[in-house]
Design a protein around this ligand. Sequence first.
Ligand SMILES: [Mn+2]
Length: 320
Amino acid sequence: MRGDLSAICRVLREKDRFLIACHENPEGDAIGSELALALALRKMGKTATVLNADPVPANLLFLPGADTVVFTEDGSKYDVAVVLDCGSPERTGRVGQELRKCPLLVNIDHHRTNGDLGELSLVDPDAAATGLLIHRVLSAMGYEIDLDVATNIYVAILTDTGSFHYGSTSPEAFEVAGEMVRRGVDPWAVAEQVCETQSANRLRLLGRVLDSLEVSADGRVACITTMREDLREFASGKDALEGFINYPRSIVGVEVAVSFRDEEGGICRVSFRSKGRVDVSAVAARFGGGGHRNAAGCTVPGTLADVKKRVLEALAAVLP
Ligand SMILES: [Mn+2]
């Protein structure tokens, strides 16, 4: 763990106006961490604005505080900006400029690729979720975690550990999840909201995307591809694709799954999931992206065919 927990606690205790942000296309850990911190700060009598570049995914709208997330800045002044779960400054997208206007930037994250943006940082690549770092901060402050904050922390852990499947699932992840259950979180009620609330169209989109499945000759790499037309046809946003990549990864013998999505403006979004041995964050980093050992991504300029070829070649070169 790098950074200064006590200095961050001091700032949270002493300052009053907070701007909280995360990476683009946020998922459970990013949103859960933001809301847990924002709700706790508000309970302490402070103002906390959660400003995001992209909407809260539909399956996370039930999270306490999700209705308070804003998407455009209103000219407010802040004492401190806190950026969460964000491995690099570029990944904050268009809210990055608002963060830079704040006199003090605090960076709390668990990405190995985090370059310690900000004056104060707490970065622990061994933490299973940024939500666990929020828990460490709130605990160090002696903050009594209520059910609303607990629900957000629980979802951050649940989603970033792949429902406690991934190798990153530490004793701390189980311990804190257990503590959140003791504080009133209902695991099935939360799982039902997070995992069992998809639309019929999303399932149809999954069918289309799975049709694109390609498996390498040696059976170790599997990829899926989503076209912009697919999203249009099934009236879905890109957040609907969250989790699709787990299907190619689940194939016996596959070590790395890759998802390609073509975007406006001649760029492709590439996501990687590895079963363990291959460090996909290193491959993503070669294309200007980042992430974790087992989950990473990058945005690559070029046509879909060209990007696919380059990425799969780079991947083949690092397979053991
Ligand atoms: Mn995370």
